[in-house]
Design a protein around this ligand. Structure first.
Ligand SMILES: Nc1ncnc2c1ncn2[C@@H]1O[C@H](COP(=O)(O)OP(=O)(O)OP(=O)(O)O)[C@@H](O)[C@H]1O
Length: 304
């Protein structure tokens, strides 16, 4: 569906994307995970054929965005980071008029609009103004709109940023159903839980480069341990205490508000911490996540 080799993008002197290789297969949910400024949106805009390729090679659905932009855009669905809904129009017309803009005949657009409103559970809001919708409803309407041309490939730039947890889960459920229906999804996100929930495969991006690639499970297995013990001591104590626990696991990370001890058995780490007479204010044992992978690879957290 997408093949990129040595893909680059610069803005003046600044290199936002520094030569990345990406291969997205039909039917998968593929993620670009990385913090703000990693180059995810710049990559996505090149894939959407709305921003010229700065260097390297890019093929979308077998086509070249430099020469086949309109054909590519006609077969993609794009859900941009910012909602670009028309506030002057009601919910129904946002879909209907967008469909007509694609040149789809009236009867077909009406049929698809009804289907999509059902799919995103907005049928009862058909006559409502866009400005009266909640953030989650607006996102769902944006996704519905991006599906009006029945795309094979749907690009979603930070689909759940700014939504509350419940609205995020509703959206994940809908994206999951789209994937089951055979739509290839490409998602950028800085939420590691979103990447873990939705993506079959992903690349971890940082400062314009891909630093790791694989399924969430593969990435965690390759770059982290099974469990993590989180130890919270007093403010400013973590750096000094790291030396006292570093032999308890495979490695220790020092964050401003906690120590992370990586091992196969977090409870055992906690027991030994107490045996040593150390008294953390709070402890937590959890499974490793993609956040740990990112921390391992870059020394920083995903959301600063
Ligand atoms: N049109 C532009 N002109 C100049 N610099 C830009 C432009 N677009 C992006 N950049 C810069 O390129 C870098 C990568 O931005 P990009 O939006 O691709 O990152 P991102 O990973 O998608 O992060 P975000 O989640 O904040 O969008 C950033 O430092 C950004 O400031």
């Amino acid at each position: 569906m997408i093949s990129a080799v040595g893909l680059r993008k610069s803005f003046g002197e600044f290199e936002a994307v520094k030569g990345i290789d990406v291969d997205v297969r039909r039917g998968e949910a593929f993620g670009f995970l990385g913090p703000n400024g990693a180059g995810k949106s710049s990559t996505m805009r090149m894939i959407a054929a709305v921003s010229p390729v700065g260097g390297g090679e890019l093929r979308i659905l077998g086509m070249d965005p430099a020469t086949d932009g309109p054909a590519i855009r006609g077969r993609l669905g794009v859900c941009p980071q910012e909602d670009t809904l028309d506030n002057e129009l009601n919910v129904y017309d946002n879909l209907y008029i967008y469909g007509r803009y694609f040149g789809i005949d009236k009867a077909t657009v009406r049929e698809r609009t009804d289907e999509l409103l059902t799919f995103v559970s907005l049928t009862e809001k058909a006559k409502s103004k866009v400005e009266d919708l909640s953030g989650g409803m607006k996102r769902r309407l944006t996704i519905a709109r991006s599906l009006i041309n029945q795309p094979d490939l749907l690009l979603l730039d930070e689909p759940t940023t700014g939504l509350d947890p419940q609205a995020r889960h509703v959206l994940w459920d809908q994206l999951f159903r789209l994937k089951q229906a055979g739509v290839t999804l490409v998602i950028t996100t800085h939420y590691m839980d979103e990447a873990e929930q939705l993506c079959d495969r992903l690349v971890v991006m940082d400062k314009g480069l891909i630093v790791a690639e694989g399924s969430p499970r593969e990435l965690i297995d390759a770059h982290s341990t099974r469990e993590v013990a989180e130890l919270r001591f007093g403010v400013g104590e973590h750096e000094a205490l790291a030396a006292k626990v570093e032999d308890l696991g495979d490695r220790v990370e020092v964050l401003p508000d906690r120590l992370l001890v990586y091992s196969h058995d977090g409870e055992e780490v906690i027991a030994k911490v107490h045996e040593r007479g150390l008294q953390p204010a709070a402890v937590l044992v959890r499974r490793s996540t993609l956040e740990d992978v990112f921390l391992r690879l870059t020394g920083r957290t995903l959301v600063d």
